[in-house]
Design a protein around this ligand. Structure first.
Ligand SMILES: [Zn+2]
Length: 266
């Protein structure tokens, strides 16, 4: 079992909003991972990303990054698809400079398309991203928490099978919301892990962790782990008992507090 735990973005207890300070704070807290948030803009350039990457390497803090929220690879508008491809290419370049092995992406919405058509278009547009910028950084396709978003567990597994450079990002809060509260016990976590192990031959999992306020199969907002919706103690039990290797990114409103709480459960 090799579990690396961290948070989404800069720690709340970090001095200021500087990424370098954030990485130092992650280390001080005894955590080992930061997922850098390019969700509103790519706020680092190539040089600053290299500085961030070398500090992280020195302190042995794993870095991943999260691409823009303004991406829809299945949009009905061609210009939105093109802009999305462009944003992903730009993010890949910075991800490489950071030394990130993974770029997390919300791939898109069905956009009134049949689901299989959205799937084919998203696959074709991912191929286009890597045609424009061949990179070893993986496309981390996230399981999504709304019915209108592409990204059920089935779709993410199929996409990973269809594209060489795509791996899954398992957001259990999203899966829970999308399946109307379907993550209830340890077995519900284990069945997701087993499926990814068996169908994708995955040896290490990238996980997003936050409880969710949800209704009618849709996420509404993130909640602390104390909400137990879903209960992440069962995920800790599943990981420990099965010896899974994973990176866990805490996205709860209590960032490092909940990351450390989860660490104490392992
Ligand atoms: Zn996300």
């Amino acid at each position: 079992m090799d579990v690396n735990i961290g948070i989404s973005g800069i720690p709340a207890s970090s001095k200021g909003h500087d990424t370098l300070e954030g990485i130092r704070r992650i280390k001080e807290l005894g955590l080992g991972l930061m997922e850098i948030q390019f969700v509103r803009n790519i706020y680092l350039n190539l040089d600053s990303a290299k500085d961030v990457g070398s500090l992280a390497k020195k302190l042995r803090v794993e870095l991943t990054c999260h691409a823009s929220y303004y991406i829809n690879l299945a949009s009905v508008r061609d210009e939105v698809q093109k802009a999305s491809i462009g944003r992903l290419v730009d993010t890949l370049k910075i991800a490489e400079a950071l030394g990130s092995r993974l770029m997390v992406v919300h791939a898109g919405f069905y956009s009134q398309r049949p689901k299989d058509e959205a799937f084919s278009l998203i696959k074709a547009n991912i191929d286009e991203v890597y045609r424009q910028y061949p990179s070893k950084v993986m496309f981390g396709a996230e399981t999504m928490g709304k019915q209108k978003s592409f990204g059920s567990t089935d779709e993410i597994v199929s996409l990973c099978k269809a594209c060489d450079n795509v791996c899954p990002v398992i957001d259990f809060g999203h899966i829970h919301a999308r399946t109307f509260g379907g993550i209830k016990d340890k077995e519900d976590y284990t069945s997701v892990f087993e499926r990814l192990e068996n169908e994708l031959d995955l040896k290490r999992f990238h996980i997003h962790m936050s409880c969710m306020r949800h209704a009618n199969g849709n996420e509404i907002s993130h909640l602390p782990l104390s909400a137990k919706d879903p209960d992440f103690r069962f995920m800790a039990d599943s990981i420990r008992e099965n010896g899974y290797s994973c990176s866990v990114v805490c996205e709860s409103p209590l960032l490092e507090h909940d990351a450390l709480l989860f660490k104490s459960w392992l």
